[in-house]
Ligand binder design. Structure first.
Ligand code: SPV
Ligand code: MN
Length: 621
């Protein structure tokens, strides 16, 4: 009651009436509780209006959280030197007794809540608390999940308005009792940078469907509806019989005007966004998808409506569509790039470098050395851009279709230098789940703080975000396929394969365009394929034709034979590593997982016995 009075008094403009119009006690109690606890000077309640959106952006610039750039509507935002990626070490689940998750980082719920509440106490003094409403997935849709964010960062609010569908009106209509809740506080700052990084905490309370994020600004830690709410969604999906995934969603054009939709799970920085927005095809989403069985058909939506994408190596030749958005007036936030005279610079942009600029580490000048004596980078590797998907010329017309798109295929990717061929198709849903999705290993990248280049197990590229036991997640996946009239085909892609002798990349950056076309044709069984122990791989003649059609490129038999060489020792070693994971590290996975892996191993061993360790596709025809 006391907090409610406080909230009423702190609301600016007609904020409290805006809240009352939602007629939602659970919501009001939640906002009142954190108003009392975080002690902001005032509270701003954001509706879905353009005026409120404009206010967030204006305040972000006025308060120095963003700075305007030369091109109209573009801004730049910096995070602190040690706040440039997701923080797995300090990201923890709050576990109730007996509900700990094997292999995932967490602490006792009561201890965690009391710690985070201690850190949050009075943390918004001198600041304004923003209340924002969003919808995960389109509103008026079976996929819809209402969500509310409290934050004291105009940058976070501005980012979310670009990235998510607004949800105030949806709240009014649905009057939900359950909704996702995020509480973010920037903490003390120095030059607008969160200062108390040692007290950076991202805690996920699965019981109350609430996420806390404090003393951090990097969007992966603060934009609550990215990976933080994904954890809440995974739990909800498991309860309700659907899948919440770290997947892009895109349309691939086939013959005679056909379009087939694919979702794809790749670990961070492994080509997920660049695949989703590849030229010639259409993008629905680049990061998060919800998959549901609707009357026996697998359908999917993009949880988001914008992109928080990696900017490194975006240039006019490789990524003309995104380049265009990044050079046209509109609502664009650049994060952790370098700025000089109002122009943003990033690694691999192909622009001529200025003499000096400002970046996440402060002043930059030509010849500057970093703390280790190495040449100081202009921008961070994990520098990002935030844009609305509709700014892209190839945005798919079904982006906001509440019915979702029919899934023709699911792709699993990874960063694998030595084992998997560039593209292959599983024998069936279970084979794909077991030997592709559940077998992903990838090298770690700058998207999360920690050592890069380590090969780690990353189930469905969703490992970091799982909020249910891995065995249960696998059961859900197997059951999802079983419940469908016709399951989407499952494929695996690897853009990072290297030549065994020279160590050179075997894939051109744009080859993925051809792999997509091949998968599209296979999704409809329009072309044949070669059966290998690990699944079906393309025939040379089909790829030759596609390379010519799509890229106007001569694809040689030699290229094909090195790319699609079946490397049996590497495959066997990998299967053994994965069997080890499911027998010694993860306990209780469905029996078919290890059985399926063992069968795959037997198939590779049989091929080795008959054809040797390295087998070119022509040896299988
Ligand atoms: C990723 O790192 O996988 C991202 C960006 O998509 S974020 O999760 O927001 O850090
Ligand atoms: Mn991601």
């Amino acid at each position: 009651m006391e907090n409610l009075e406080l909230l009423k008094n702190k609301c600016v403009e007609n904020g409290f009436e805006r809240l009352e119009a939602l007629n939602n006690t659970a919501l009001l109690d939640f906002i009142a509780e954190y108003t009392g606890h975080c002690e902001p000077d005032s509270v701003f309640v954001c509706t879905d209006s353009a005026a409120d959106a404009a206010f967030m952006k204006k305040m972000a610039v006025e308060k120095g959280e963003e700075k305007s750039l030369k091109i109209d509507g573009h801004t730049i935002h910096f995070d602190g030197i040690t706040d440039q990626g997701r923080d797995p070490k300090n990201t923890k689940f709050l576990y109730e007794k007996g509900k700990e998750l094997e292999g995932l980082s967490g602490i006792d719920r009561e201890t965690g809540l009391s710690e985070i509440k201690g850190v949050l106490k009075g943390i918004m003094k001198g600041r304004q608390m923003l209340v924002l409403f969003f919808s995960m997935g389109p509103v008026d849709s079976p996929f819809y999940i209402p969500a509310v964010q409290l934050t004291d960062s105009y940058y976070v609010a501005h980012s979310e308005i670009i990235l998510y569908r607004r949800g105030y009106e949806g709240f009014k209509k649905a009057k939900p009792e359950d909704f996702f809740k995020v509480v973010h506080a920037t903490g003390e700052t120095e030059n607008n940078i969160s200062k108390n990084v040692d007290k950076r905490r991202v805690y996920i309370d699965l019981k109350a469907e609430t996420v806390f994020s404090v003393n951090t600004q990097y969007a992966g830690n603060t934009v609550g509806f990215k990976k933080l709410a994904l954890r809440l969604a995974i739990q909800k999906a498991s309860r309700e019989g659907w899948l919440a995934e770290h997947m892009f969603l895109m349309g691939v054009k086939g013959p005679f005007g056909r379009k087939t939709y694919f979702s794809g799970a790749y670990p961070s920085m492994c080509g997920k966004t660049s695949t989703a927005m590849v030229e010639g095809e259409s993008i629905v989403g680049d990061d998060l998808s919800y998959l549901r069985n609707i009357n026996g058909t697998a359908k999917a939506v993009n949880v988001e409506k914008g992109i928080f994408g990696i900017i490194q190596d975006i240039n006019p030749h490789g990524d003309p569509l995104i380049w265009n958005v990044l050079n046209t007036p509109g609502d664009v936030i650049f994060g952790n790039v370098m700025e000089s005279a109002g122009i943003p610079y990033w690694l691999g942009d192909g622009k001529e470098l200025p003499e000096k600029g400002v970046n996440f580490a402060g002043e930059w000048f030509k010849g500057k050395k970093d703390a280790e004596g190495k040449e100081a980078p202009t921008a961070h590797k994990n520098a990002r851009y935030t844009i609305d998907l509709e700014a892209l010329k190839n945005c798919d017309s079904k982006l906001n279709d509440g019915n979702g798109v029919v899934l023709g295929g699911v792709v699993f990717g990874g960063r694998d230098a030595d084992t998997w061929v560039p593209v292959r198709e599983s024998f069936d849903w279970n084979h794909g789940v077991i030997t592709m999705g559940a077998s992903i290993e990838s090298e770690t990248t700058a998207a999360a703080i920690g050592k890069e280049g380590q090969r780690v197990f990353n189930i469905m590229s969703n490992m970091e975000f799982l909020s249910i036991p891995i065995p249960k997640y696998l059961e859900d996946y197997l059951a999802f396929g079983k419940g469908l009239k016709k399951a989407p085909k499952i494929f695996a892609c690897n853009y990072f394969l290297k030549d065994m002798k020279t160590g050179k990349w075997l894939n051109g950056v744009k080859d993925k365009r051809v792999w997509l076309k091949w998968m599209e044709l296979r999704a409809h069984n329009n072309i044949g394929a070669i059966k290998t122990p690990g699944g079906f791989i393309p025939k040379y003649n089909d790829l030759k034709k596609l390379f010519k059609q799509v890229m106007k490129k001569e694809y040689t038999l030699e290229d094909y034979n090195t790319q699609f060489l079946i490397r049996i020792p590497q495959n066997l070693a990998k299967i053994d590593r994965i069997i080890d994971v499911y027998t010694t590290k993860i306990h209780g996975a469905p029996k078919v997982i290890v059985e399926g892996l063992k069968e795959e191993k037997e198939r590779f061993l049989a091929l080795k016995a008959s054809k040797g360790e390295f087998v070119t596709p022509d040896m299988l025809i």
